[in-house]
Write a protein that binds this ligand. Structure first.
Ligand SMILES: Cc1cc2nc3c(=O)[nH]c(=O)nc-3n(C[C@H](O)[C@H](O)[C@H](O)COP(=O)(O)O)c2cc1C
Length: 346
């Protein structure tokens, strides 16, 4: 078992990474169904929470079936983070996570997210302020450092543990790498194997197959793995990794029925949580991923993205089941998209 404060997770837990505009309740629901052991909300601005911005408040929505779930906040000011922590407390998630990893300009260059990696003393003060303002277990998610000349994650891990965080998730890139290159897990392994470190260390970055997950588990000894992009359009990654780690055998890819059932559930949750118009609209970006690999699916896909009401969408989904029922699906490699490709680093 892996313990984060008072939360007990199974051995080698799989975490769904916090992802802005992705890890919302509908997406989390299908990841939970498919084996995610711990999930996080999208990051929430501490300033936004304090101003009571509707967009930030809405991201606090969590449901009992999602537990254990963490709410992630970011900010660069001690008082604001402390106040945001008190607001989060009222929502009663299972844990509170601080984002010290976001590389995008609007966050990192304002001294929040990965921006804090340039100033460990500040990071420690911010974390301490949060730990003192909440009774929830506090965790941190961060990167290896600001850039290749400032790879300070080993010091960061020790100092954050000393101020009371209960787990650390490390994305194996620097801020300046954004999403470029390959994630380097060597330093993550070093942090994990530092005898002073007692808290769980979760590795993150580029896990896109059960084989890679097991290889990295064995090579770096991490307590669990956090998965982001691979779960987008493929929530089955969680159950596939679990199965492979436990048995050494590869699960067959999801059947057509399973794929359509995930679309149905995601759609239902989207409509419930976002309302019909926004829910149906935002589902459009998901169909292609969920239905990938079905031969000649284009015709159905273009119908799905044009329809504006739930009932006819559900009819098309029924048609897909009818047409492809019994089709043996082939496994297709998961593509990891570089989401911030166009985001300037400076
Ligand atoms: C679209 C998108 C949004 C993200 N938003 C957040 C976020 O809100 N908070 C955070 O800590 N990391 C965020 N990340 C980073 C991921 O949590 C994760 O660290 C990163 O994608 C690397 O993991 P992966 O290779 O498994 O995707 C985001 C990543 C993506 C692709």
């Amino acid at each position: 078992m892996v313990n984060i404060g008072n939360i007990s997770l199974p051995d080698f837990p799989l975490l769904l990474a916090p992802m802005e505009d992705v890890s919302d309740p509908p997406f989390r629901a299908v990841c939970k169904d498919n084996g995610a052991d711990l999930m996080y909300t999208e990051f929430i601005s501490s300033e936004g929470l304090i101003r009571d911005a509707i967009k930030s408040r809405r991201k606090l929505d969590i449901f009992d079936y999602e537990r254990p779930i963490g709410i992630q906040i970011f900010g660069g000011d001690e008082d604001s983070l402390a106040m945001a922590a008190r607001i989060v407390d009222v929502t009663q998630p299972d844990l509170l996570d601080i984002n010290f990893g976001c590389p995008v300009k609007k966050v990192a260059l304002k001294g929040a997210g990965a921006g804090v990696l340039k100033d460990i003393d500040l990071m420690v003060r911010l974390t301490d302020a949060v730990v003192r303002s909440t009774s929830l277990p506090v965790t941190v998610k961060t990167r290896l450092g600001w850039d290749d000349s400032m790879l300070n994650i080993e010091e960061v891990a020790e100092r954050l543990q000393d101020v009371g965080i209960k787990a650390l998730a490390i994305h194996g890139r620097t801020r300046c790498q954004m999403y470029k290159g390959e994630a380097d897990w060597t330093l993550i392994g070093k942090v994990k194997n530092n005898p002073r470190i007692r808290i769980p260390i979760f590795g993150n970055g580029d896990i896109d197959s059960p084989q890679k997950a097991l290889e990295y588990k064995n090579r770096y000894g991490v307590d669990g793995i956090m998965i982001g992009r691979a779960a987008i359009g493929y929530p089955w990654i969680f159950r596939e990794i679990k199965h492979f780690v436990q048995t050494g055998t590869v699960l067959p890819p999801p059947t057509v029925e399973e794929r359509v059932n995930v679309v149905r559930k995601h759609l239902q949750k989207s409509v419930e949580w976002k309302g019909a118009i926004v829910g149906i609209n935002e589902m459009r970006r998901h169909y292609a991923n969920y239905l990938k690999g079905l031969p000649n699916i284009k015709e159905y896909r273009s119908k799905l993205v044009r329809l504006t009401e739930e009932a006819p969408i559900r009819e098309v989904l029924d048609e897909i089941i009818e047409k492809y029922s019994g089709l043996e699906m082939q496994a297709t490699p998961i593509e990891l998209i570089n989401y911030h490709e166009k985001c300037p680093v400076n």
